[in-house]
Write a protein that binds this ligand. Sequence first.
Ligand SMILES: NC(=O)c1ccc[n+]([C@@H]2O[C@H](COP(=O)([O-])OP(=O)(O)OC[C@H]3O[C@@H](n4cnc5c(N)ncnc54)[C@H](OP(=O)(O)O)[C@@H]3O)[C@@H](O)[C@H]2O)c1
Length: 269
Amino acid sequence: MTSSVFKDKVVVITGASSGIGRELAYQLAAQGAWLSLAARNAERLETVSAECQARGGRAITVQTDVGEQSQCEALIQETVKNFQRIDVLVNNAGITMWAKFEDLQDLGLVEQIMRTNFFGSVYCTHHALPYLKQAKGQIVAISSLTGKAGVPTRSAYAASKHAMAGFFDSLRIEIAEYGIGVTMIYPDFVSSEVRERALGPDGRPLGSSPVREKEVMSAETCAEMIVKAMEKRKRELIMSFRGRTGQWLKLIAPGVVDRIALRAINQGR
Ligand SMILES: NC(=O)c1ccc[n+]([C@@H]2O[C@H](COP(=O)([O-])OP(=O)(O)OC[C@H]3O[C@@H](n4cnc5c(N)ncnc54)[C@H](OP(=O)(O)O)[C@@H]3O)[C@@H](O)[C@H]2O)c1
């Protein structure tokens, strides 16, 4: 039986036009959630919105570049204008890279990744906080195993995801007194468009994925696991066995974790 924890709950999802964010929207819509869908691609958002409504949810779309603070503020204001409150903010919008640091032609790539993944989450969270306080709501942040360990070809991405962890782990303590929960999500490889869009050494999207996309977790399964963690208001979810064991291994043999990360990148899974 489908759960209905999020029935009539107002959920803002950034990066809802594709991949994990889109799947989350579909699964929450099936519970009857009221969704505020954000991303840059307005046309894709409209398609996701129509599907959410067909699945039993309510949905609005707000074209948003999360790297621009004013647009994050507008996303929150537009959500409240339409739905009068915010119960959950899912900071999911993100971009990655696939390049060694020494090969980068322009350090603008580092800034772009930090602006989207880290500052985008900070901006949306800051503007949503007053409403989350009223609702005793929940913040969900999609980090990555790269937010728990270093990964070659991902220096700036790892920095942005570690930054998210430090930021939200601190914020969790500050806002516990308001009854707001913070759930950190650490996915392993998930099949999506993230790698064909990954920025290469020249700062341009790779155009095709170096990962064996058919052999990694589906966005659907990933979203199911995230929804369960949200329902239980879990503190964090590390999504794979190697991710969970890596946490312990890091304490006693960190070099082994480095080798696992290198092998994952070389093998593309
Ligand atoms: N797939 C994986 O293996 C994996 C593993 C660990 C963590 N993650 C994380 O999971 C999250 C979702 O990624 P995904 O795998 O679903 O990738 P995806 O299919 O590429 O989706 C990324 C989403 O983020 C949006 N986005 C990118 N830049 C944005 C910006 N400046 N402003 C607003 N929206 C923006 C994209 O929409 P527009 O282009 O329309 O703006 C898209 O909806 C990311 O934070 C990613 O780092 C993914």
